[in-house]
Design a protein around this ligand. Structure first.
Ligand code: SAM
Length: 260
């Protein structure tokens, strides 16, 4: 069972998001065990101060290192564990990163607030910093929830359908194809006929081609990581898409070389 420990000054923040849907079921099925620790409980003074003014001046408050370090020290370690600070200056979170995290026995997620945490805590007690995107949130709690949700989906048994995480967007450097459910006609729009045909090979081909077209249109940068089988290459060539895919890969390669 994966263990996740959340360190926050707002422990109530997590109640609803961690008590619904896939995460709730995974907790009940003992696939993931999540514990929440209140950093304030580890503040030495009676006012439970966890922040203070920044040295050198400037706006806002900084999270003090001692309560953070004491709170982290109180977390029992399990197997391979990783201490991750949610931070806008961290490594960008991605499906690939989620897969790496899913391999740990324990993730310890530290949520910052205010202007962030004292540098001595982040540089000496944290294994890595993780950012969920190029924008600034008011606190690390939402970011930690994003990480937990993405990781939880990858844990064996967490999803109803055993392999549906493998077919999610990004798993194969492709965006997911469009999906349809009943009714067969909605506002005059029909479900693609092939999906009603019962021909599983034709359906798989249709979905693969849709995924490729969508990725070419919206996220051609992803295609550089796409590995194609011989049959897929042949199918793309037959549909006149292989040249576009190769060109997108070439352009991405050149862009990476220029930025390196
Ligand atoms: C207001 S932010 C601090 C921003 C900091 N002053 C800066 O400019 O980088 C407070 C906390 O929210 C969390 N946070 C904000 N944006 C985030 C992001 N994009 N990814 C992960 N955590 C984030 C971090 O834990 C951070 O310590």
């Amino acid at each position: 069972m994966m263990r996740v420990d959340l360190l926050s000054i707002f422990p109530d923040f997590f109640t609803s998001p961690l008590g619904e849907g896939i995460i709730r079921r995974a907790r009940q099925a003992q696939i993931i065990d999540i514990a929440i620790h209140n950093i304030r409980d580890h503040a030495g003074d009676r006012h439970q101060m966890t922040d203070d003014r920044p040295y050198g001046g400037g706006e806002g408050m900084v999270m003090k290192p001692e309560p953070l370090a004491a709170c982290l020290k109180a977390v029992p370690r399990r197997g391979r564990s990783r201490v991750i600070l949610l931070s806008p200056r961290g490594v960008p979170f991605s499906q690939q990163q989620a897969r790496l995290y899913a391999d740990y026995d324990q993730l310890i997620l530290v949520c910052g607030r205010y202007e962030g945490v004292d540098e001595r805590f982040s540089s000496h007690h944290v294994d890595e910093e993780c950012s969920i995107g190029d924008y600034v949130l008011s606190g690390g709690e939402l970011a930690a929830l994003v990480v937990i949700d993405a990781v939880c989906r990858l844990l064996p048994g967490a999803l109803g359908c055993a392999d549906s995480a493998e077919r999610d967007s990004f798993s194969r450097s492709l965006l997911k194809h469009g999906q349809y459910t009943r009714p067969p006609v909605f506002e005059g729009l029909e479900v693609p006929a092939v999906l009603l045909s019962g021909d599983h090979l034709a359906i798989a081909r249709h979905r693969f081609l849709e995924s490729v077209r969508l990725t070419l249109a919206r996220r051609p940068d992803l295609l550089s990581g796409l590995e194609l089988s011989k049959a897929e290459r042949a199918l793309l060539a037959q549909e006149g898409l292989l040249a576009q895919v190769e060109q997108a890969r070439q352009e991405q390669k050149q862009a990476l070389e220029i930025s390196a």
